[in-house]
Design a protein around this ligand. Structure first.
Ligand code: ATP
Ligand code: MG
Length: 426
C-alpha cells in the first residue's frame, strides 16, 4: 500500500476495540461527576494564543516549548488548547456564567495538544476529563473535588494508587519562598538546566517540577514551600487535610508537588499510580483563585483537576481490569437470492426499530460469502430469507454457536417470535 499521508507523530487512532473502553470510562466519569452536581461544558479547540501565554504562564513547559501555535488566514495567532482550564474560564467569564448562582460546577472532556516528545503515556494529542468549580473559596470545596476524583478512580477499580497533596500558598507566601530558593541555588546556579536558570529568576518554585536528572539532584534539599505559608494558607491546608481525614481518604503530603502550570495557588494534588516501579500521574489539579483576574475577569475563586484519559486506559489495561467489549451483532439477515434482498433489508430495519443489533447484505454477495462474513463477525443468529420463506412467511432462525434452528414467523409476530425463541436455544 502506498498511502499518500500517514498518521501524525504523537497522535493516535482510536480503533473500535478500544473505543468501547473509552466510552465506558467517559460514561463512568461523567456519571460520577453528575452525582456531585457537575454540568457539561464544551469550548472550542482553538483559542487566541495570548489566553494560554497569560494563564498557563511563560515559565511553564507548555508555553515555553509545547504549544501548537500558528497564524490563521487572518494573520491572528491562535493555539490548539494545551489544557482545558483556561478556555473554560474564558467561556465562563465571556458568557457571564459567573453572574449566575455560585458555586458553578463544570465538567468537560477535551482533546489537548502539546508538542512533547512522544513516548509511553505522552502524546501530542491526548484527552482530558476535567472538572472546574468556580465561586467556592472554602477548603471543603478542595476536599469535595478530591473525594470526587478518588471516587471515580475507585469505581474504575484502579490499584496501587496514591494521592499526594501540597499547598503552594499565595503570592505573599511565594515571595518569601522565592527568596529562600534563590539563596539555596545561588552557589550552583550554573549546574541547573538552562530553563531552570531562567526559572530561578522568574519563578524559582517551578524548578521542582523539572524532569532533568541534574536539576532533581540539586533540588533534593531545597527549601519547601510548606515552611513559608502565611497563616491563612496554612489554615486552609490544615482544613483540607481534616476534611479528607473525615472522609477516610488516604494521602501523603509531598512538598515537592508544584504542578506544571503557573496559575495554581494553595492546594495542589496528584493521583499517582505505580506500575512495575514506574510512577504514572493520572490526575492532577489544584486551586487557582488568581487566574480570573490574570485573564481580565473579576475575583473568582476556582479549583479543578484534569485526568488523562489515555493514561488511565493504559493503567487499566496493564492492571488487567476488564472492560466491556463492543456490542456484537445479534442477527444477520441473509438473502438466499437477489429477489429476496429487499425483504431481508426490510426485516433488518424492523429489527433495528426494536433496538436489536442487526445487519444484512449491503454488498453484492452470494449466500455463501454472506455466511462467511456472519461467521467472521461472530454474529449470534442468522436468518436466511429466500422465495420459500417469503411465501410461507416463516424462516429458520439459526443459532450460530450450536447450529440449532427454530422456525419463527416473518409476519406480525416477527419481533415477538425472535425475542421468545432466543431463549429456547441452550
Ligand atoms: P507531566 O508532569 O506528566 O508532564 P503535566 O503536569 O504536564 O504532567 P497536566 O497539565 O496537569 O500534566 O495534565 C493533567 C493530566 O493530563 C496529567 O496528569 C496526565 O494524566 C495527562 N497528560 C498530560 N500531558 C499528557 C500527554 N502529553 N499525553 C497524555 N496525557 C497527558
Ligand atoms: Mg507536562
Amino acid at each position: 500500500m502506498n498511502l499518500i499521508a500517514k498518521r501524525i507523530r504523537g497522535m493516535q487512532d482510536l480503533l473500535p476495540e478500544k473505543s468501547k473502553n473509552w466510552e465506558t470510562l467517559e460514561k463512568i466519569m461523567k456519571e460520577e461527576a453528575e452525582i456531585y452536581g457537575f454540568k457539561l461544558i464544551r469550548t472550542p479547540v482553538l483559542e487566541q494564543t495570548e489566553l494560554f501565554e497569560r494563564s498557563v504562564g511563560g515559565e511553564s513547559d507548555i508555553v515555553e516549548k509545547e504549544m501548537y501555535t500558528f497564524k490563521d488566514k487572518g494573520d491572528r495567532s491562535v493555539t490548539l488548547r494545551p489544557e482545558g482550564t483556561a478556555g473554560i474560564l474564558r467561556a465562563v467569564l465571556e458568557n457571564g456564567l459567573n453572574n449566575g448562582p455560585m458555586p458553578l460546577k463544570l465538567m468537560y472532556v477535551s482533546s489537548c495538544y502539546r508538542y512533547e516528545k512522544p513516548q509511553s503515556g505522552r502524546y501530542r494529542e491526548f484527552f482530558q476529563f476535567g472538572l472546574e468549580v468556580f465561586g467556592a473559596p472554602s477548603s471543603v470545596s478542595d476536599a469535595e473535588l478530591i473525594c470526587l476524583a478518588q471516587s471515580i478512580l475507585d469505581r474504575l477499580t484502579i490499584k496501587n494508587l496514591s494521592l499526594e497533596i501540597n499547598s503552594i500558598g499565595c503570592k505573599e507566601c511565594r515571595k518569601k519562598y522565592s527568596e529562600a530558593m534563590i539563596n539555596y541555588f545561588k552557589d550552583n546556579k550554573e549546574s541547573l538546566c538552562e530553563t531552570c536558570q531562567k526559572r530561578l529568576e522568574k519563578n524559582p518554585m517551578r524548578i521542582l517540577d523539572c524532569k532533568e536528572k541534574k536539576c532533581i539532584k540539586i533540588s533534593k534539599d531545597a527549601p519547601v514551600i510548606l515552611n513559608y505559608l502565611c497563616d491563612e494558607c496554612e489554615d486552609h491546608f490544615n482544613k483540607v487535610k481534616s476534611y479528607l481525614d473525615v472522609m477516610n481518604i488516604k494521602y501523603t503530603v509531598n512538598p515537592k508537588i508544584v504542578r506544571g502550570l503557573d496559575y495554581y495557588s494553595k492546594t495542589v494534588f496528584e493521583f499517582i499510580c505505580e506500575l512495575d516501579g514506574e510512577k504514572i500521574t493520572i490526575c492532577g489539579g489544584g486551586r487557582y483563585d488568581g487566574l480570573s483576574k490574570i485573564i481580565g475577569g473579576p475575583d473568582l475563586p476556582a479549583i479543578g483537576f484534569g485526568m488523562g484519559i489515555e493514561r488511565i486506559l493504559t493503567v487499566m489495561e496493564r492492571q488487567e481490569i476488564e472492560f466491556q467489549k463492543p456490542e456484537a451483532t445479534q442477527i444477520f439477515i441473509a438473502n438466499a437470492d437477489e429477489k429476496s434482498k429487499k425483504k431481508a433489508f426490510e426485516l433488518c430495519e424492523i429489527m433495528r426499530k426494536s433496538s436489536i443489533i442487526a445487519e444484512c447484505n449491503i454488498c453484492e454477495r452470494n449466500l455463501k460469502s454472506q455466511m462467511k462474513y456472519a461467521n467472521k463477525i461472530n454474529v449470534q443468529f442468522v436468518l436466511i430469507i429466500g422465495e420459500e420463506e417469503i411465501q410461507t412467511k416463516k424462516a429458520n432462525l439459526k443459532d450460530m454457536a450450536s447450529g440449532k434452528e427454530i422456525k419463527i414467523s416473518l409476519g406480525e409476530d416477527f419481533i415477538k417470535d425472535f425475542l421468545n425463541t432466543q431463549f429456547n436455544f441452550d
